[in-house]
Design a protein around this ligand. Structure first.
Ligand code: PLP
Length: 450
């Protein structure tokens, strides 16, 4: 019953009405170059010219269980046939949202037992800040408003979540004036300046403390951090960073939001990375993407009992909500996705295959223009540099990342260029053969652009 454009020409003509995200719209208009993905199965996708490509970016860091999983598709269909839609506004609830909230409470660390659903990672981050502002209002501390974020962070594209994102993304816009303050980027390789990693960590923590002292803890609501920065170039902070940052937050009574939109649901080998990998129990975990493996749009803002206790106390309603918060089909997708991950032990297996992926790509560091391969498991960034010894970057106009990504695509791999960095975040069901092929294609592609 779906009457869709089929050939590349038909798709690209129809597509002239579509506005892409995070694209150079002028370049797209001039070159017309687009890739139409028409089908997907397992770890692979197919373009409109019939090319089979390794989905090296897992949709957009999200198709964790792989494409075409019948179990999820059937759960969505079954749910739609029973209850297509009802909201979770006012006093309404429905079985799928209820069951998924209980499941997330079971999987999330410690006292993170209350779940607010949204429909994107951006909305999850936005919601977390609104929830905390409401929380502090209730506590009679309405001045506690400011958000501490970091240079290099990515938290989304709504007006608030883009303001929480590294400031380059909202240059020229108002950036929710004065609300968000940016701490130093925790990237040792570039910012370590002759320090040991431990000294660099001390410097980062000093920066955090002094910024809090300057702004006044009584004005700060929260600190927000991705466990590993994703879109900022896959940056793993120095060892102990999150634990120390959480201690500082506790000292100053600032809430800690862990943005696990990318790092949860197996990408780092666990359902959530905050506690299992970084040994912290934040006050809020935000997640999306792998929550449904991309089969439906859904996010979760998972808050502590303590926060919920305050916002559910007497004194008026919680004036926040999206029509599709906890949409039945999305909640069903989340439940089926988690059931599949548990049945097939996908996070546990990703501990092994993800390590192999990481080590295979690390092997590219012997190439002259590969400066640093970083990240963990199925979340990897490859930084290309003109001169490794001095860490000198290529001229941005050269678009080195795009050049390598285009070569890779012509050889059967989708990689995501981010300036001079290549991002790899494939499905978690990559086999050793596909991992080896990914490494080989990247090596050939990089060598060919040198
Ligand atoms: N937070 C992080 C860490 C992300 O990587 C992203 C998206 O890439 C978001 C938030 C925003 O999620 P969404 O694109 O679903 O709004």
């Amino acid at each position: 019953t779906l009457d869709l454009p089929r050939t590349t020409d038909e798709i690209l003509t129809t597509d002239l009405h579509l506005v892409q995200s995070f694209a150079d719209l002028n370049a797209l208009k001039q070159s017309g170059a687009r890739t139409a993905i028409v089908a997907a199965e397992g770890a692979m996708v197919r373009d409109s010219d019939g090319n089979e490509l390794i989905d090296g970016i897992g949709g957009l860091w999200c198709v964790n269980v792989g494409h075409g999983r019948r179990e999820i598709i059937e759960a969505i269909t079954e749910q739609l046939q029973t209850l297509d839609f009802y909201s979770t506004f006012y006093s309404f609830t429905h079985p799928a949202a209820a069951a998924l909230s209980a499941k997330l409470a079971e999987l999330a660390p410690g006292s993170l037992n209350k779940v607010y659903f949204g429909n994107s990672g951006s909305v999850a981050n936005d919601s977390a800040v609104r929830i905390l502002h409401h929380y502090y209002n209730r506590l009679g501390q309405p001045k506690k408003r400011l958000v501490l974020s970091r240079q290099g962070a990515y938290h989304g594209s709504t007006y608030l979540s883009i303001a929480m994102t590294t400031p380059e993304y909202s240059d020229g816009w108002s950036r929710a004036e004065g609300l968000v303050h940016y701490l130093r980027k925790p990237h040792y390789w570039h910012e370590g300046d002759g320090m040991t990693e431990a000294e660099f960590l001390d410097a980062l923590m000093e920066d955090m403390r002094s910024r809090i002292e300057t702004l006044g803890a009584e004005n700060i609501a929260c600190f927000v951090a991705e466990p590993i920065m994703g879109a900022g170039g896959v940056i793993v902070p120095p060892k102990g960073y999150h634990k120390r940052a959480l201690e500082i937050c506790r000292d100053y009574e600032i809430k800690y939001i862990s943005d696990e939109v990318v790092t949860a649901f197996g990408r780092l080998g666990h359902f959530f990375a905050s506690e299992a990998v970084f040994d912290i129990q934040p006050d809020i975990i935000n997640t999306a993407k792998g929550l449904t493996s991309g089969y439906q749009p859904l996010s979760a803002t998972i808050m502590s009992d303590e926060i919920h206790e305050v916002i559910s106390g007497p004194g008026g309603s919680f004036l926040h909500g999206m029509t599709y918060s906890g949409h039945p089909a999305a909640a069903a997708a989340g439940l089926a996705n988690i059931a599949l991950m548990e049945r097939d032990e996908i996070p546990q297996k990703a501990q092994v295959t993800g390590k192999l992926f990481e080590e295979t790509l690390k092997g590219l560091e012997d190439i002259e223009i590969v400066g640093e391969v970083r990240g963990s498991h199925f979340m990897i960034g490859i930084e290309l540099v003109k001169d490794k010894a001095t860490k000198t970057l290529f001229d941005p106009d050269l678009n080195i990342g795009m050049m390598v990504a285009q070569k890779a695509q012509s050889k059967g791999l989708i990689a995501r260029p981010l300036g001079h960095i290549l991002i790899l975040s494939p499905t978690l069901i990559m086999t050793p053969e596909l991992i080896a092929r990914t490494g080989a294609i990247l090596r050939e592609s990089i060598l060919e652009v040198m």
